[in-house]
Structures are given as C-alpha cells and as structure tokens.
Design a protein around this ligand. Structure first.
Ligand SMILES: [Zn+2]
Ligand SMILES: [Zn+2]
Length: 154
C-alpha cells in the first residue's frame, strides 16, 4: 500500500510495501528502462502536525548500455530513501521535501518513488567492472580478445 490514510498514522508508523510495474504511471515521462517492477518497502510516520517522514528501500533492475563496450546491461537498482512530506507552505522551498495539499487526508509516497528512482539511475553503467571496452581504432570488442591493432603507445 503506497497511499496511507492520515488517520492510520495517528496510531503510529505505518508500513508501506508494494511494487510498481515498469509501465506504472508513476514512472511516466522519465525515460527509464526498468527491467522489472520496483519493490518498495518502507515506513511512514507522522513527525508534525502536517509533516510525515518516510524511510524506505527501493529495489529493482534497470536496462542500460555499458559505457565502455556499448552492450546492453541489466544492473540493480537498490536505494535507501529518507524524505519528508509536508503541507507546510514554508517547507515547499526545500527541494528535499515533497509537498502535500492541506488539509492532508492521505500521503501518497509514489511521487517520492518516482524522483528517487530517477536519481538512482546510473548514467554510466558497466557490464562488469573489468570491461575492456572497444578498441578506439577499429571498434572491436576487446572483451572478445585483442583486435590486431598495434598496442597504443603512451
Ligand atoms: Zn562493457
Ligand atoms: Zn583495434
């Protein structure tokens, strides 16, 4: 459940667990290439009159392109999230605070999932740490072995 009724929070923290499919509207327009659903496991608690703290872990898998050899890679998404949701207009200036419309009747954590997943995307994934990349001269994939070009002299 990724939307929590504020009345439930009056009794204490509420577990937020769920999964969002790659085609979920939460991720619309981000240009992400998710290789599976994003799992959300977290805990929402009320920390003020109109303020809520959300601590969560987001896991999933993403498609990307190895920055060295340009093959398709699937790499893990695994990020810890700690954010505030607030209906306080003054808090709206803080980019780390997610605004809520007052009066708050429920807290929807999905906007935070959207942002945090977007932030967690690696711009430069590697197929593996020791990827040899492509030969800058002939473009051969050096993971498959030497290409026959002369070794570059330093
Ligand atoms: Zn590679
Ligand atoms: Zn070469």
């Amino acid at each position: 459940m990724l939307q929590v009724d504020v009345r439930d929070l009056h009794h204490g923290p509420v577990e937020t667990a769920g999964q969002l499919a790659p085609e979920d509207p939460t991720f619309a327009g981000l240009g992400l290439e998710l290789a599976g659903p994003v799992q959300v496991q977290g805990r929402l608690s009320q920390t003020g009159d109109q303020e809520f703290f959300w601590q969560a872990r987001l896991t999933g898998r993403l498609h990307g392109t190895c920055r060295r050899c340009l093959t398709d890679v699937v790499y893990p998404l695994d990020t810890d999230v700690e954010v505030l949701f607030s209906a306080d207009p003054e808090a709206g200036d803080d980019p780390s605070v997610y605004p809520l419309a007052a009066p708050v009747t429920r807290v929807d954590v999905r906007p935070a999932v959207r942002e945090e997943v977007a932030l967690a995307v690696s711009a430069y994934p590697l197929c593996r740490e020791e990827c040899a990349g492509l030969c800058p001269r002939c473009g051969a994939d050096l993971n498959a072995g030497p290409c026959g070009c002369a070794a570059p002299s330093d």
